[in-house]
Design a protein around this ligand. Structure first.
Ligand code: FES
Ligand SMILES: [Fe+2]
Length: 338
């Protein structure tokens, strides 16, 4: 049995920042295999499995020549469809063998490159991602976490670690208040609504936010977690965290902060808000690395899942193989002291 559920081959994953893909080919890892991304015509991004069909040299080490991707080993050249177009050393007028580099489907949207291995599968990236208008102010970043996808996704959707891992920054330990938490499954994954706290106790809130009208977290399978904040003054913020599995123990994270109705200049966000967001992300990254290394020391990894671990079962169900998939957990309502 493969390490990954077979349905994942048919799903879209965010694998790179669009701004990083130019004429020089770039390698990205997805589901333990490398893919190569490049703009052969200077515009549209194309993707292939990152191996030449001849002797499996990495195409990402090659170059873009006249709208084709050239392998670094013997110089075979492939067009945007992956079709072999040139075989250096063959006499002129030679009929080339019908060889192809294996294509990977690619979508570019709002600064992010999404890839899907199978020719057929999900027709589009999640609707909750499309719903964020590309013209809203946005900030992007990428990093990798030493963590399995389920652990990484759970981390960003779990509020109970924030008093410890981000003590003072996101929440203060001595300032817990009751919050009503309700999870509702939907066609894409689930949404979790938080009610009862318009003001958060941490420094981040006090420096950069104003009273909230609505706070919601969402999961869109397979890899997108989002935190949505609607403020009483009409503005909105959404942090999208798109994870993709490079290997079982390493997940790529592409983060996007969308701001709507906020008049702060971009340089101010970068200069003042950004260091705090980076700090929070580093704290999570460090904890996840410890969790991953530690859990790998034990052959039997059986988690305790309580009703306060609101999202864990849903994420496990989304990431399991069809044969051992548990029935989708029920919607839930609970109170958490946050
Ligand atoms: S390995 Fe690519 S051309 Fe030979
Ligand atoms: Fe966190």
């Amino acid at each position: 049995m493969s390490e990954w559920a077979s349905h994942l081959e048919h799903r879209w994953f965010a694998v790179a920042l669009a701004a990083k893909i130019g004429r020089k080919p770039v390698r990205a890892m997805l589901l333990n295999r490398p893919i190569v991304l490049a703009r052969l015509d200077g515009q549209r991004v194309v993707g292939f499995q990152d191996r030449c069909p001849h002797r499996h040299a990495p195409l990402s080490q090659g170059s873009v020549i006249d709208g084709t991707l050239q392998c670094p080993y013997h110089g075979w050249r492939f067009d945007a469809q992956g079709q072999l177009q040139a075989l250096p050393g063959a006499p002129p007028e030679t009929c080339l063998p019908g060889v192809r580099a294996r294509a990977v489907s690619v979508i570019e949207y709002d600064g992010v490159i999404w890839a899907r291995y199978a020719e057929e599968g999900d027709t589009d990236i999640p609707a909750r991602v499309r719903a964020l208008a590309p013209d809203h102010r946005k900030f992007l970043w990428q990093t990798t976490w030493h963590a399995h996808m389920v652990d990484a996704l759970e981390n960003v959707l779990d509020p109970l670690h924030t008093h410890f891992v981000h003590a003072g920054l996101v929440r203060r330990k001595g300032a817990r208040q009751a919050m009503h938490v309700s999870l509702c499954a939907d066609a894409e994954g689930f949404v979790v609504d938080y009610a009862g706290q318009s003001v958060q106790s941490g420094l981040l809130y006090r420096l950069f936010e104003s009273p909230r009208e609505r706070e919601r977290a969402s999961f869109s399978a397979p890899g997108t977690a989002q935190l949505h904040y609607h403020y009483r003054n009409g503005s909105r913020a959404c942090i999208s965290l798109h994870f993709s599995p490079e290997t079982a123990h390493r997940s790529r994270l592409i983060g996007v902060l969308h701001l709507e109705g906020r008049r702060v200049p971009a340089w101010m966000v970068r200069a003042f808000l950004w260091p705090f967001i980076r700090k929070v992300a580093q704290q999570d990254r460090r904890m996840l690395a410890m969790q991953t290394d530690n859990s790998r020391l034990f052959a039997d990894r059986k988690d305790v899942i309580t009703r306060f671990d609101v999202v864990r079962r849903h994420l496990l169900s989304a990431w399991s193989n069809a044969e051992d998939a548990a029935a989708a957990p029920a919607d839930s309502d609970t109170v958490l002291m946050l």
